[in-house]
Design a binder for this molecule. Structure first.
Ligand code: RI2
Length: 334
């Protein structure tokens, strides 16, 4: 298998979370395909496609939950296959990969800005906003609102085990936004003072359920109980087309040593440590999903999926994705 060193390194960085956040993972993935295309030493078109497929497989295997990853790969690979099936030369297919990768990259950043703009309109003076983990899209809403002159404060959970909440708190503090960092288990304690919860998403299912960092659903439950608005910031490439066809979103379970050190594990062989990285918040606990196409109720997720991906299609999904996702999906224009 000829996958360039740089792509393998990129894949490792995604796997060990040096590159993290659903949006960043997607951007890294399309960059990986560009590198694979640039470095390919294939003599034929067929070989070139095999190189691309192999790179896509390696990138796809890194983290299973963030749907942005297969969607980003699909965006580029569908276009590469289209060029290939249309009889394009190796150079033309390569060009299509560069173009698609660049397009996805730029559009994804534009999406984060638009979400910031739309979502900020829901923030009001005096709000106390709780957030969880570190989401570029959720932070975009908060920073946008602050820069537009709204005055509010933020409560950020630290987000064990990897403490991404510290990143959020430090970004907000640098922006001048008043922010308090709390332990995750204090979320319900503070909920009575909270006006809105704003979080990101790793995946949105066809039924409007939101998959996000572990602990999100517990915060949603507390928000629901306290009648606090629960707002999700999610680009449309985080919506999962596979869920239309009945697949479930796989929840990644990460190593035990993210929670306890290896000495503890050695000293306590009878203790089993479980470390799911994400959980599912049902649509009934979500008030709004802010996408770059507009603000929607979670029940409208199916419409986003239909518009973005369609489901009666002429172009089949690249083979590697069919294998990787184990679903017989036929996708069209995405
Ligand atoms: P943006 C993160 O996952 C968090 O769950 C966060 O809410 C989500 O991705 C979306 O992040 P992880 O990579 O795309 O930290 O909004 O496991 O940045």
């Amino acid at each position: 298998m000829t996958v360039p060193e740089e792509v393998i390194k990129l894949a490792e960085d995604i796997k060990n979370m040096k590159i993290r956040g659903a949006g960043e993972i997607a951007r890294a993935a399309v960059k990986g395909l560009s590198i694979a295309a640039a470095k390919s030493e294939a003599d034929s078109r067929e070989e070139f496609m095999r190189d691309l497929d192999n790179a896509a497989k390696v990138l796809l295997s890194t983290r299973p939950t963030a749907v942005s990853l297969p969607n980003a790969l699909r965006y580029v690979m569908v276009r590469a296959y289209r060029a290939y099936e249309g009889g394009g030369t190796k150079e033309e297919i390569k060009e299509s990969v560069f173009r698609a990768s660049d397009e996805f990259y730029k559009n994804s950043l534009k999406a984060v800005d638009l979400i910031g703009m739309y979502g900020s309109r829901r923030i009001e003076d005096g709000d106390v906003i709780m957030t969880h983990c570190h989401s570029t899209a959720a932070v975009s809403i908060l920073v946008n609102a602050w820069r537009s002159g709204k005055k509010f404060e933020v409560i950020s959970t630290e987000t064990r085990p990897r403490y991404q909440g510290r990143i959020t708190a430090s970004i907000l503090a640098k922006e001048g936004i008043p922010v308090s960092l709390i332990v995750d288990s204090a979320a319900r304690f503070f909920m009575e003072h909270v006006d809105k919860v704003v979080v990101g998403a790793d995946a949105v299912a066809a039924n409007g359920a939101v998959v996000n960092k572990i602990g999100t659903s517990m915060i949603a439950l507390a928000a629901h109980e306290a009648r606090v608005n629960f707002i999700v910031a999610a680009e449309t490439y985080k919506f999962s087309p596979e869920t239309v066809l009945g697949s479930l979103i796989r929840i990644e379970e990460r190593p035990a040593d993210e929670i306890v050190d290896t000495q503890y594990l050695r000293d306590n062989p009878g203790v089993k440590v479980r470390n799911p990285a994400f959980d599912v918040t049902p649509a009934s606990y979500v008030d709004l999903i802010v996408t770059e196409k507009g603000v929607i109720p979670p029940e409208a997720a199916i419409l986003v999926l239909k518009e973005e991906f369609g489901w009666f299609s002429s172009v089949s999904l690249p083979k590697f994705l069919k294998e990787g996702l184990e679903t017989p999906v036929e996708m069209s224009e995405y």
